[in-house]
Design a protein around this ligand. Structure first.
Ligand code: AMP
Ligand code: MG
Length: 335
């Protein structure tokens, strides 16, 4: 069965499933109101801001005593310790997800044109598969895609992404690459397993680039794109204790907080995806539970009414943290 037809067949049930998952999040949170102060574990209230050198020294000493990493910024070290102290000893770790797939699309672009204000075609499709339980990268998928409407890349786009005209000219169309990606998923049995989720550097990859590309390629949204982890947002919730868009760390900011050096070339999709995977791996080491933070509703019928044909609805931080606490209390693992 073709990807497009299988997508169409399951589309309705997927939409229902995504909504049900959202409702489930709501219900769980509603039934656990008393747990909401768990935010104190990861919250402003408990975290002295800024950390004094004395407190930081104590945190470092404790981390050393526990055999945990002391690399990273003050807020990261503080959260690492907090997260560790919340684990209950003697119980096996439990994970909300088994795998993450970090995706970082690159798309056609022009100088002085803000991303999200015009239709962009995906020209690079990289994906890095993370095995959460074993805390390692299992494999990666990497293809360039040939744009159809904007065949000639702008000089700006080539300089920004490092992608050449020859690379995209030689590449397959997005539809073919998506099919290959799905075959790659099947290799890891991820077509049947549900305990995995896409993770990205923000909402643009799914909410704009993918949604526009699916429309241009006349494909239905695959089930696995209907929820995703917004890595910078999760990072901010866990380590930086605030929910302001303004203070959200970008990929380089997150790497710096974790004491990691950027590798490769910024805006090369595969290098970005690998750097993001390194961030996720350190978060997993620190005991962060990965769960979807955003739900993507694709509105193919409503496109005239909307600027984009996909609306991304963020899950509420408190609800997310409640679920996090419920799972974390059953965890016990070391670096
Ligand atoms: P990124 O994931 O940050 O590498 O960016 C994804 C895509 O966003 C790029 O392939 C471009 O299409 C677009 N983009 C990123 N930065 C810029 C920029 N400074 N100006 C215009 N488009 C950009
Ligand atoms: Mg990128």
């Amino acid at each position: 069965m073709s990807t497009a037809s299988s997508c169409k067949m399951t589309e309705k049930s997927e939409e229902v499933a995504a909504k049900a998952e959202c409702d489930d999040v709501e219900k769980k949170a509603a039934g656990n109101e008393e747990l909401l102060p768990v935010l104190n574990d990861l919250d402003e209230a408990e975290k002295p801001n800024p950390l004094s050198p004395e407190i930081l020294a104590q945190v470092v000493e404790k981390l050393q005593g526990l055999g945990l990493s002391t690399i990273g910024s003050g807020p990261v070290l503080h959260s690492r310790l907090s997260l560790f102290e919340k684990r209950k000893p003697g119980l096996k770790p439990e994970y909300a997800l088994d795998y993450l797939i970090v995706i970082d699309f690159e798309a056609t672009c022009y100088e002085n044109k803000r991303a999200g204000t015009y239709e962009q075609e995906i020209i690079e499709f990289p994906a890095v598969l993370i095995d959460i339980r074993n805390r390692c990268v299992l494999d990666s998928f990497h293809r360039y895609c040939r744009p159809v409407k904007h065949r000639i890349l702008s000089d700006f786009c080539k300089t920004l992404t490092g992608i050449s005209q020859e690379q995209v000219d030689r590449a397959d169309s997005f539809a073919v690459v998506l099919k290959e990606f799905e075959e790659w998923l099947i290799r890891y049995d991820l077509n049947r397993k549900t305990r995995w989720c896409v993770a990205t550097d923000g909402s643009f990859d799914i909410g704009l680039f993918l949604s526009w590309q699916l429309k241009a390629s006349q494909l239905s949204p695959p089930a696995y794109c209907k929820m995703f982890v917004h890595i910078p947002k999760l990072f901010q919730w866990i380590y930086l204790f605030n929910d302001s868009n303004k203070e959200r760390a970008g990929m380089y900011g997150m790497l710096e907080h974790l004491g990691l050096q950027p590798e490769g070339r910024l805006h090369s999709g595969i290098d970005d995806a690998r750097n993001l995977a390194r961030i996720c791996l350190q978060m997993i080491h620190d005991g962060v539970q990965f769960r979807p933070t955003d739900v993507a509703y694709f509105h193919e019928e409503d496109e005239k009414k909307r600027e984009y044909c996909c609306k991304v609805v963020p899950l509420n931080k408190k609800k997310w943290v409640t679920m996090h606490k419920n799972t974390m209390s059953r965890m016990n693992f070391r670096k």
